[in-house]
Design a protein around this ligand. Structure first.
Ligand SMILES: [Zn+2]
Length: 509
């Protein structure tokens, strides 16, 4: 028989026992675990076990092999039930045959203890009250408010209902009640919930930042866990954004945590529009430059970090302080392909942990207005030698962020207008101009009276067909092209050119 296996039907201890019989062994010990009818004061009616079998089998096999080697026994095996079990059903069986009984007992005990602690198996208990709850295997996962373990004695069962206590940070003279109120009012978007994002999220949530967005499209991989301590082995394969939000809500139920899709060019402007500050925690330069450009465009501060093996870099873009953006330093687009990512180059877990912690610190310093904020320097830190340097960064006059910034900080503060429907816009005297490409218009036509279609390229090349006194509402899919186009028209003497904020995506219905 296999050293470790799962069974979805009733366990067969007699059959397993005959498999372990060995003429060389003088003794045989077995352990049988049964479904009991109560747990931590709740009456249990039945339960279900679920396992991520590919991973669980490997871990189970390692445990049994270690027991055989460590205790010098002849044979050992373990079978675990999965599926739906009734009270009294056998949930787990362990058998060991050995020359000596002391080793047999010890190996059997070792196997059951290790299986319970290390193999990713989820247990769902059904109670007499009609309630049910998933109970994580004891050490595979941190219990949270919604998945609280019922068989542990070390958990504070009230933690899901307790109010957050910020007293240790409020005791700082620079924080106090006023600082805490600033944190509560802050809205921070965190791009990526991986090696950098996990410490950032943990500390910002703990500090009581009132609104936190998580933009992440990946699922947990077992290779992430050494540097992403928010997740556990039993999370492998599950989406990070939802898991992180669930864990972080348990850490601080008093704040709002929103999850978003992975950031891409098409949603970047929209994503940033709901936040005051961006913390960039992705593992690739394409995303970092995308976030850089979106932050420059929106005129919002952004905190960047990147790591390479034992080294890290930290940079803060401050549009209000004429600081350099990432393109001022690296005008040649992305460096992906030149610099390895964690998978290729390798990384020790604490390296992103340190850099992510520094990002969280800069975010808190910025929100609280503390002295010493990183603004026109880049911090380089070597975590092998523990040496650090700060390099002066200069805003390059030819950086294209000037052009973007000119748009973002245009004197025309009324450039964008919001409507939930185009009819009131028409009623208010706007002439609607759809500047999308013909293909987009064909896919999703707009049904507004007094509208015309002038693709962006045509409009920029020749605005002669328009009247400089006209009151125009430019419309595109998400509001960024129309904003640029309205800006262009304003610069060319159209003082009543406007852009529909958020584009067609922001319209209701
Ligand atoms: Zn720049």
């Amino acid at each position: 028989m296999k050293a470790f296996s799962f069974s979805s039907s009733a366990l067969q201890p007699d059959a397993y026992r005959s498999e372990l019989l060995d003429a060389a062994a003088g003794g045989y010990v077995s352990f049988e675990g049964w479904v009991r009818n109560h747990n931590e004061g709740q009456a249990v009616t039945r339960l279900e076990y679920e396992a991520f079998e590919a991973l669980a089998n490997k871990e189970g096999e390692r445990i049994v092999a270690a027991a055989i080697e460590r205790f010098g026994v002849v044979k050992a095996a373990c079978v675990h039930r999965v599926g739906s079990l009734a009270i009294g059903d056998m949930a787990v069986w362990v058998g060991v045959s050995s020359r000596h009984r002391a080793e047999a007992f010890a190996a059997c005990r070792y196997i059951i203890d290790e299986v319970k602690h290390r193999v990713p198996i989820w247990k769902k208990e059904h109670y007499v009250s009609g309630d049910s709850g998933w109970v994580n295997c004891e050490r595979c996962a941190q219990p949270t408010a919604s998945e609280d373990s019922h068989d542990g004695h070390h958990h504070d069962h009230d933690h899901g209902h307790a109010a957050p206590d910020y007293s240790r940070q409020m005791a700082l003279r620079d924080v106090g009640e006023a600082g805490q109120a600033k944190l509560q009012a802050a809205r921070v978007l965190v791009i990526g919930a991986g090696g950098l994002g996990v410490p950032v999220l943990n500390y910002l949530v703990g500090a009581g930042v009132g609104t936190i967005g998580i933009a992440e499209g990946d699922s947990v991989d077992a290779s992430n866990l050494h540097r992403q301590p928010l997740y556990s082995l039993s999370d492998v394969g599950k989406p990070k954004a939802d898991l992180a939000a669930q864990r972080l809500r348990a850490l601080n139920p008093a704040i709002e945590i929103r999850t978003h899709e992975r950031i891409v060019a098409a949603n970047a402007a929209q994503l940033l529009s709901g936040y005051d500050l961006v913390v960039e925690c992705s593992d690739n330069f394409a995303t970092k430059f995308l976030v850089n450009d979106a932050a420059v465009q929106a005129g919002k501060p952004a905190i960047f970090a990147s790591i390479y093996q034992y080294e890290g870099q930290l940079q803060v873009y401050r549009p209000d302080m004429d600081s350099a953006c990432m393109r001022c330093l690296w005008p040649e687009a992305t460096r992906d392909g030149l610099v390895g990512n964690c998978a290729e180059a390798g990384v020790l877990g604490p390296v992103p942990g340190v850099l992510g912690s520094l990002q969280a610190l800069e975010a808190l310093k910025l929100i609280l207005g503390l002295p010493g904020q990183l603004r026109d320097q880049m911090l380089l830190i070597d975590l092998l030698t523990l040496e650090q340097r700060k390099l002066k960064t200069t805003h390059r006059v030819d950086c294209r962020h000037d052009a973007s910034r000119a748009l973002a900080s245009a004197p025309a503060t009324d450039l964008e207008v919001s409507f939930g429907d185009l009819r009131p816009a028409v009623a208010a005297g706007y002439e609607v101009i759809d500047i999308r490409e013909p293909r987009e218009v064909a896919e999703l036509p707009i049904a507004a009276a007094a509208s015309q279609h002038i693709p962006l390229g045509t409009l920029l090349a020749d605005d002669a067909s328009l009247n400089r006194q006209g009151k125009y509402l430019l419309v595109c899919a998400r509001g960024s092209r129309s904003r640029a186009a309205a800006e262009h028209l304003r610069e060319h003497g159209f003082s009543h050119a406007y852009s529909l904020r958020g584009g067609l995506a922001a319209l209701q219905g």
